[in-house]
Design a protein around this ligand. Structure first.
Ligand code: ADP
Length: 226
């Protein structure tokens, strides 16, 4: 369970980004967070990733206030979260296989697990035939699928996808959403931020709408309404 308890965030220059946000997200939920640019979506996600500290209020993950964790435990906490971003963030001189394998190496996983898990993940994101391709040899949609593979390979509890389809055309957007849906059905919580009305409406899942740092709507089977 993720719980934002009355979280307010004001940036150092005084810009208010979150205003008294209270929100809970249950395990295995698929939640879309929508809102215009500047509404506070990325700030919300960054407080969950413990990249930003709230000015007041708390963020709990499985009943632990993550902003009170010492740095050693923070490392362990962040392993429970997988991240996917609009700009893919792949390592340019590594192949699809190596990008995913590298995430396992960094987590200290043994070679035999890497050798068995990476092909499984490549198959899950439908990229078995592109294993030896470098990012520059792949389309945006394929690169994003590698990034999703990398995000899930260490079996996080939650995937945070911040505008994952922002750079993609409709066909690739559809494919990415299908993969996120599949990962969710396999038991991973998904938190998606997006501007894409079509994406949100097609999902028919919970939609949280933000406006000026506040949650203004929270619909269990929502549509994108602004
Ligand atoms: P969204 O992701 O919905 O576009 P953000 O969380 O990025 O919204 O931004 C929320 C508000 O905080 C906006 O007014 C934005 O200009 C401001 N903001 C974001 N990052 C910073 C920062 N590092 N310093 C000051 N203000 C920021």
């Amino acid at each position: 369970m993720i719980y934002f308890d009355n979280v307010t965030k004001e940036y150092r220059d005084g810009t208010p980004a979150l205003e008294e946000v209270t929100l809970s997200i249950a395990p295995k939920e698929f939640v879309s967070i929508v809102g215009q640019s500047g509404a506070g979506k990325t700030t919300l996600v960054k407080t969950l990733l413990a990249e930003l500290r709230p000015s007041s209020g708390s963020v709990f993950f499985e009943s632990v206030d993550i902003h009170t964790l010492p740095s050693t435990s923070l490392h362990h906490y962040r392993r429970k979260l997988g991240t996917v971003f609009q700009d893919f963030r792949l390592i340019p001189n590594k192949t699809a296989y190596e990008n995913i394998a590298f995430a396992m190496e960094a987590a200290g996983r043994p070679d035999d697990e890497i050798e068995s898990d990476v092909p499984y993940i490549l198959d899950l994101v439908d990229l078995s035939d592109k294993a030896e391709h470098f990012p520059w040899q792949m389309s945006g949609g394929e690169q994003q699928r590698v990034a999703i593979g990398r995000a899930i390979v260490n079996q996080p509890d939650v995937i945070i996808a911040d505008e994952p389809t922002g750079n993609l055309d409709p066909v690739n957007t559809f494919e990415i959403m299908e993969i996120l849906k599949k990962i969710n059905e396999l038991g991973t919580t998904i938190i998606l931020t997006t501007h894409n009305k079509g994406v949100v409406d097609a999902m028919k899942k919970r939609v949280i709408t933000m406006e000026k740092g506040r949650i203004v709507r929270d619909d269990p089977n929502g549509h994108y309404i602004l």
